[in-house]
Design a protein around this ligand. Structure first.
Ligand code: TZP
Ligand code: MG
Length: 210
C-alpha cells in the first residue's frame, strides 16, 4: 500500500491501451495505490457522474481516496473524498465553502509565485506541482520545472506535495529524492499493458528508502 503514488485517470489513454477507466482504477487499487483522481475534459456530465459513481464503489472497497478534477458538482453528486483544482478553476475559497471542512482539496501550482499565493490559504490539503518533465498527456503545459524547480518548491512548503508531468518508472526515484510527498501519473499507469504491474513497480521504485 502506498500514499506516494497518485493515479490521475484519462479515458482516452486507457482506451488506447485497451482498458476501461474502472478496470485501471481497480488494478491500481489492487496494487496498493490510495489516491485516485477522475480527470475528464470532454465527457458529458451524465457520463462523468456515472463514471464517478463506479469509481466511488471501487475506491471505497480498497480504502482509497477518490478525488474529482475540476467539477465540484460531480464530486458532490458521487460523494467523492475531494476535488482537485488548477489555477484557472473556481477559486480555492469558493471551493472550500461549497465542500465544507471535511472534504479534501488539492491545488495545482506551476511556480514559486503560485505556491506563495496558495499558502495564503490555511487549509489546503495538498499541492500538485506541475509540470516536471515534458509530457504528451497534457498539451497546454507552458514551462517545465525539472528536478531543480521541483526541489525549490518542496523546500518552501510544509504541505503534502505531488509532482506531475512525465513521471514514469525511469524517473520516479529521482523525483522522490527531491523531498516531494508523492508522484501523480497518468500514462505510466493508464497507458501500460498491465496497470497492476505498472502501479506495483512505481510504488516499489518510489519508496524513499530505496
Ligand atoms: N498536469 C500537468 S502534466 C499532466 C497534468 C494533468 C499530465 C501528466 O500526464 P503523464 O502521462 O503522467 O505525463
Ligand atoms: Mg483544472
Amino acid at each position: 500500500m502506498s500514499d506516494a503514488v497518485y493515479l490521475v485517470t484519462d479515458s482516452v489513454i486507457c482506451r488506447q491501451a485497451g482498458h476501461t477507466v474502472p478496470f485501471v482504477v481497480e488494478e491500481a487499487c489492487r496494487a496498493g495505490v490510495r489516491w485516485i483522481q477522475l480527470r475528464e475534459k470532454v465527457m458529458t456530465t451524465r457520463s462523468f457522474v456515472e463514471l464517478g459513481a463506479a469509481l466511488k464503489a471501487i475506491t471505497q472497497r480498497y480504502g482509497a481516496r477518490l478525488i474529482i478534477n475540476d467539477r465540484i458538482d460531480v464530486a458532490q453528486a458521487v460523494d467523492a473524498d475531494g476535488v482537485h483544482i488548477g489555477q484557472d478553476d473556481m477559486p480555492y475559497p469558493l471551493v472550500r465553502s461549497l465542500l465544507g471542512p471535511n472534504k479534501l482539496i488539492g491545488l495545482s501550482v506551476n511556480s514559486i509565485d503560485e505556491l506563495l499565493a496558495a499558502q495564503c490559504h490555511s487549509d489546503i490539503d495538498y499541492l500538485g506541482i506541475a509540470t516536471i518533465f515534458a509530457t504528451g498527456t497534457k498539451l497546454d503545459t507552458v514551462s517545465l520545472l525539472g528536478l531543480p524547480g521541483l526541489q525549490d518548491v518542496c523546500q518552501q512548503t510544509q504541505l503534502p506535495t505531488f509532482a506531475i508531468g512525465g513521471i514514469n518508472a525511469t524517473t520516479v526515484q529521482s523525483v522522490m529524492q527531491t523531498g516531494v510527498t508523492g508522484v501523480a501519473v497518468v500514462s505510466a499507469i493508464c497507458g501500460q499493458d498491465s496497470p497492476y504491474e505498472a502501479a506495483r513497480e512505481l510504488i516499489q521504485l518510489g519508496r524513499v528508502d530505496n
